[in-house]
Design a protein around this ligand. Structure first.
Ligand SMILES: NC(=O)c1ccc[n+]([C@@H]2O[C@H](COP(=O)([O-])OP(=O)(O)OC[C@H]3O[C@@H](n4cnc5c(N)ncnc54)[C@H](O)[C@@H]3O)[C@@H](O)[C@H]2O)c1
Length: 266
């Protein structure tokens, strides 16, 4: 029987992390390189991608930044081709990019009646469609070494509805398109898990709210409704990502792992 240390090793493997230059993208990138995987950092801003890839490469594992707009229909093909050209393989896809509730896109994180169809459609293009298209493009590579693992980053709001009382007196919002796309990622995860088995595993990660200097009134209400009595920190997600990406979870597919301090437990 392999040790836990061996089961978590990902030396030689290659991972794509969308939204890789963001907050959680950093935790995911670190979790992967710390276990030996090379990471393709995909995000909008070229300088941010390069900087993040350089920082991750300092561990001694080569990483690559790919600046691209995931709303562009050709982006999935380009990302997979860039990974293939640079590293010759692709084993792990983490779809983490999203228009989050903190997005400033017009017509998005605003009261329900003001949410626009344009913002709704953009959220589908960024939050949901890449999870479909990236896996379609990457399937042959993901199957090649028999260790293919796909992780879709959903949210507690893909599982339960928002408690709008949390936001009273703040400028924060919780868009319908966020809930719809994050819920759809869970359904897509189950679809892909059965259709792509047994060569590729597909699971969803469900983060709860992360501390980001939100208004105190919001944070206090949020913490009061969280069994583990605090908001999340980026490092809370490293273990779950390393587990789902590696052989430590090699008999796990189609599952939804909440890392939320117990938010969805009641
Ligand atoms: N922060 C939280 O409390 C929380 C809670 C639950 C779920 N999540 C989920 O975790 C994931 C990461 O969130 P985060 O908090 O790190 O936010 P973040 O904004 O730091 O990360 C999202 C990244 O996606 C990138 N992105 C957005 N649109 C893009 C596009 N069109 N093309 C390419 N990249 C694009 C952004 O540039 C950003 O770097 C998201 O899927 C989010 O929904 C976050």
């Amino acid at each position: 029987m392999r040790t836990i240390r061996d089961l978590m090793r990902m030396e030689g493997r290659v991972a794509v992390v969308t939204g890789g230059a963001g907050y959680l993208g950093l935790a995911f990138g670190e979790a992967l390189v710390e276990q030996g995987a090379r990471v393709v950092v995909v995000d909008l801003d070229a300088a941010a991608c390069a900087e993040r890839a350089d920082a991750l490469s300092k561990t001694g594992v080569a990483c690559l930044g790919v600046a691209i707009d995931l709303a562009d229909p050709s982006s999935a093909n380009e990302i997979v081709q860039r990974a293939k050209e640079r590293f010759g393989r692709l084993d792990i896809v983490v779809h983490n990019a999203a228009l989050t509730g903190a997005s400033s896109v017009s017509g998005y994180a605003v009261p329900f009646d003001e949410q626009s169809l344009e913002a709704w459609n953009l959220a589908i293009q960024v939050n949901l469609t890449p999870a479909f298209r990236l896996v379609q493009e990457a399937r042959p590579l993901l199957e090649q070494h028999g260790v293919g693992s796909v992780i879709n980053v959903s949210s507690i709001y893909g599982v339960v509805g928002p408690n709008m009382n949390l936001y009273g007196g703040t400028a924060m919002g919780n868009p319908a398109a966020y809930a719809a796309t994050k819920g759809a990622l869970i359904s897509l995860t189950r679809y892909l898990a059965t259709v792509l088995a047994p060569r590729i595993r597909v699971n969803a990660l469900v983060p709860g709210g992360i501390e980001r200097a939100q208004p105190v009134a919001f944070s206090e209400r949020y913490v009061g409704l969280t069994p583990l009595a605090r908001m999340g920190r980026e490092e809370d997600f490293k273990g779950a990502l390393a587990y789902l990406a590696s052989d430590a979870s090699s008999w796990v597919t189609g599952q939804v792992l909440a890392v939320d301090g117990g938010w969805t437990a009641w």
